[in-house]
Design a protein around this ligand. Structure first.
Ligand code: CO8
Length: 254
């Protein structure tokens, strides 16, 4: 097994576990991850995923050993790494808790998550250019949308690594925390999100991501439809009644 999975209440924590290669992401790991999370994504009792690695590496990229001798025909016919989009498409919120290296596919995996909580020792980069290739799991697209063209070009054309402070400054990550608090802080945030109504949470993250894909008018109409639809849920009634009755809400995911 390349993963360690742990349930903490409504939160599911997934630890990538290939320490001998700094959690290099091979096809087997990708398949295990998608197979494990797909049924949990549909489970009302699961409110948030936390994806983490080791203290030394979140993931040091796609597995170079697996890729190195493949031909272009192999890559095309296998549609190599297309399965990562199944991970990106999971609707339950995903928090990447990153310590150490998040490079290449590791940085791309973090960017597929909804929040990136980074330890103060973390390093992010897209060093594929140093291997004679380019990012291939969405890096040229997601990084550019997240941090803008100037910083994306800098990272992708030079391959330089940036530290947590710079990643925070350019908007790549959500929060920086002390390394020894990483998992605790990420889990607390996950528990907070998992405590809200799952239908509203799924709608919220879907609408935010829609902003990366559509024009403003379409995005606003999309958001309004999602907002209107939430008035069919018990959680909307409960949330608003609880506010008016000055008590904490109890969300059921209905
Ligand atoms: N793949 C396979 N093995 C790796 C990888 C990797 N990405 N990264 C590290 N390892 C292995 C090393 O080979 C080494 O193995 P061994 O002990 O057998 O020699 C072990 O992990 C430990 O690594 P190091 O000895 O290198 O550790 P250091 O602390 O000296 O260095 C670094 C750490 C800086 C992270 C270094 O390992 C490194 O530069 N790694 C590669 C980073 C990289 O280039 N990542 C990008 C990979 S390519 C990618 O992600 C593109 C995706 C495109 C997919 C396209 C699909 C269509």
């Amino acid at each position: 097994m390349r993963l360690k999975i742990e349930h903490v209440g409504r939160v599911v924590r997934v630890r990538l576990h290939r320490p001998e290669v700094l959690n290099a992401l091979d096809t087997e790991l990708m398949t295990e991850l998608v197979d494990a999370l797909t049924p949990l994504d549909r489970d009302r009792d699961v409110g948030c995923f936390v994806i983490t690695g080791s203290e030394r590496a979140f993931a040091a990229g796609a597995d170079i050993t697996e890729m190195s001798e493949k031909s272009a025909a192999d890559m095309m016919t296998e549609d190599f790494f297309a399965g990562w989009e199944d991970f990106a498409a999971l609707r339950t919120p995903k928090i990447a808790a990153v310590a150490g290296y998040a490079l290449g596919g590791g940085c791309e995996l973090a960017m597929m998550c909804d929040l990136i909580i980074a330890a103060d020792n973390s390093k992010f980069g897209q060093p594929e250019i140093t291997l004679g290739v380019i990012p291939g799991i969405g890096g040229t697209q997601r990084l550019t949308r997240l941090v803008g063209r100037a910083k994306a070009m800098d990272m992708i054309l030079t391959g330089r690594l940036i530290d947590a402070a710079e990643a925070d400054r350019i908007g790549l990550i959500s929060r920086v925390v002390p390394a020894d608090r990483l998992l605790a802080e990420a889990t607390e945030i996950a528990e907070q999100i998992a405590g809200y109504g799952k239908l509203a949470v799924m709608a919220a993250r879907d609408c935010v991501d829609r902003a990366l894909e559509t024009g403003l008018g379409d995005g606003i109409r999309y958001e309004r439809r999602a907002f209107h639809a939430l008035f069919a849920t018990d959680d909307q009634k409960e949330g608003m009644r609880a506010f008016l009755e000055k008590r904490p809400p109890t969300f059921t995911g209905e």
